[in-house]
Design a protein around this ligand. Structure first.
Ligand code: 8X3
Length: 263
């Protein structure tokens, strides 16, 4: 008989940074990985790269804030599984999200706050709701929410992002309460200072100089791979082990506001 197709893992926000690194590591761990992001050329290149490295991946354009698109995406995965082209969807990594701006509350841009809530919270809600039936039906599902240390404490200028990441944290905690007894785990990974090509550049609207200042003098910020490693570790524990929350910071960062910088 033909071998069963590998279980499927879906990663959102996989066009770069933590999402792309997680997709590579989950593929190396044996999952068929569906890499999704708004930027189709990026996820297509990633899927190709994973395939060339001996893994199994496919790319799909997905804007997590577009509910109809998310539902169509979920229906497509269900169809592929019915056609037996794909193994069950066992893992969802809600990684899409990010920060915009670093303004004090008094000057915060309400549109940026709205966008951050849309991606970090409602995007996670959309994809989680759409895939939860498949994750449950798989008999061994895992939902990962990539939140942030900003989901667990605040800092000046961060309120919009901090509020959104607290929202993502609450979503994870509440979902875990609500679905206990079903075969689905809920894992939250909360990274601190990670240096990726996109995070701070996006936050500062393309201002590379200001983005570089975030990491100035910090001996070694985390890399996307460091966080992907943590996510992959948590996902690959035996099914009955639920890693509720992992807070991951570089050694040089003691809290959201206490960062050691070399002169
Ligand atoms: C990223 C960490 O410190 O920029 O989620 O909020 S921080």
């Amino acid at each position: 008989a033909a071998a069963e197709p590998a279980a499927t893992a879906v990663v959102t926000g996989a066009s770069g940074g933590i999402g792309a690194a997680t997709a590579r590591q989950l593929a190396a761990a044996g999952y068929h990985v569906v890499v999704t992001a708004r930027r189709g050329d990026r996820v297509a290149a990633l899927a190709e790269e994973i395939g060339a490295a001996g893994g199994s991946a496919e790319a799909q354009v997905l804007d997590v804030t577009d509910r109809a698109a998310v539902d169509a995406f979920a229906a497509g995965l269900a169809e592929a599984q019915r056609a037996a082209d794909r193994g069950p969807v066992q893992v969802l990594v809600n990684n899409a999200g990010g920060a915009l701006g670093l303004d004090p509350v008094a000057e915060g841009d309400v549109d940026e706050w709205r966008q951050m809530y849309e991606t970090n919270v409602l995007g996670t809600l959309n994809v989680t709701q759409a895939l939860l039936p498949a994750l449950t039906a798989s008999g061994d599902g895992t939902v990962v929410v990539v939140s942030s240390t900003a989901g667990h404490g605040t800092y000046e200028g961060g309120a919009g992002y901090v509020a959104a990441k607290h929202g993502a944290h609450v979503l994870a905690e509440t979902l875990r309460l609500e679905i206990v007894g079903t075969p689905v785990r809920v894992i939250e990974v909360a990274p601190g200072m990670v240096r990726t090509e996109g995070f701070s550049t996006t936050r500062f609207h393309g201002d590379e100089e200001r983005a570089a200042k975030v990491y100035e003098g910090v001996a070694e910020p985390l890399t996307a791979d460091d966080v992907a490693d943590t996510i992959t570790w948590a996902v690959t524990r035996p099914s009955h082990v639920n890693i509720d929350l992992l807070v991951v910071r570089p050694r040089a960062q003691a809290s959201n506001t206490k960062v050691h910088r070399e002169p």
